[in-house]
Ligand binder design. Structure first.
Ligand code: GTP
Ligand code: MG
Length: 296
């Protein structure tokens, strides 16, 4: 599933392996491949330095051994994350509330469908809040997913206030003893101050309805966005306290390099990864497995 990511890197690696020895050209090829996958210049140079050091100190001579080194170098940059999963509400304080935020088209609504599907399979009841009130189509899209996953939905008229819809959904969940509220929000550019202010209001209203902060505020990032994902993480973190990242569209990206280092920079756990458009295409994030898949 992850074949697309670092495709260029893998092809180049195979060519380097073909040469059977490590030379300057090897490092140059590796550098170019990492940069082409949109790995930042800093992270690329750190990785190269690490590999050169390993070659010197451990007398590595074969590109094949280097591949293992590279895997480790990438995996450590995702930190010691184990799949902790989503944070549910403390016992007795249900419902759990998860807000999904991010720029346009990254996969927020699809991820909500996938998470609803997962929760339903675990026997939890789910209510979706149609907090993307900008477009009628967005509300209909969520309704379709609610039907398919067996979730309920709270919706309002297009153009109505996003935070009131989410407020209503939380109240409905309390009244009907529903386990989890999944709140959709409209896609918003991280550079638009008024939209980020609106998001702060959503977070505040959620807190008011719930008596505590949302259990998760998940920033959804499209793996294809390259280094701009870092900017998005910066701005969304500043506006609202992001508790976890969801990385989507990993099934088709050749620019996943930007994601190396995103954990290191923000120390926000990557909670879920999206690997397709269907409800089952969602996985926990485990750095080692993830990196192993990239290389195999
Ligand atoms: N290949 C692939 N496509 C995905 C994935 N997640 C979402 N998509 C697709 O990306 C497109 C946008 O997904 P949405 O869920 O509507 O994105 P959104 O963030 O809700 O978009 P807005 O509400 O317009 O901001 C759809 O065509 C989805 O099917 C994924 O993990 N892999
Ligand atoms: Mg959406």
């Amino acid at each position: 599933m992850l074949k697309g990511m670092f495709k260029g890197l893998m092809e180049r690696f195979d060519r380097m392996m073909g040469r059977g020895f490590i030379d300057d050209e090897f490092y140059e090829d590796l550098e170019e491949a990492l940069l082409q996958a949109d790995t930042s210049v800093t992270v690329t140079h750190e990785i190269l330095e690490e590999l050169r050091k390993a070659v010197r100190e451990e007398k590595i001579t074969q590109p094949g051994d280097m591949k293992e080194r590279l895997k480790t170098a990438i995996a450590t940059r995702f930190g010691q994350q184990t799949a902790v999963g989503l944070e549910l509400a403390p016992e007795g304080l249900e419902p759990s509330v998860f807000l999904f935020v991010g720029v346009n088209g990254v996969g927020k609504t699809t991820t909500i469908a996938k998470v609803a599907n997962l929760l339903r399979k675990h026997g939890l009841t789910v209510i979706m809040a149609a907090g993307d009130t900008f477009r009628a189509a967005a509300i209909e899209q969520l309704e379709t997913w609610a039907d398919r996953s067996g979730a309920e939905i709270v919706r309002s008229q297009p153009g109505s206030d996003s935070s009131s819809v989410i407020y209503d959904a939380i109240q409905a969940a309390k009244a009907r003893k529903i386990d989890v509220v999944l709140a959709d929000t409209a896609g918003r550019q991280h550079s638009k101050a008024h939209l980020m202010t609106e998001l702060q209001k959503v977070a505040k209203v959620t807190e008011k309805a719930l008596g505590r902060k949302a259990d998760e505020i998940l920033l959804v990032l499209d793996a294809n966005t390259g280094q701009n994902a870092i900017r998005q993480a910066e701005e969304f973190t500043k506006a609202v306290g992001i508790t976890g990242l969801v990385l989507t569209k990993l099934d088709g990206t050749a620019r996943g390099g930007a994601l190396i280092g995103i954990y290191n920079k923000f120390k926000i756990p990557i909670k879920l990864i999206g690997l397709g458009e269907k409800m089952d295409d969602l996985k926990d994030f485990k750095p080692k497995d993830f990196v192993a898949q990239l290389f195999d």
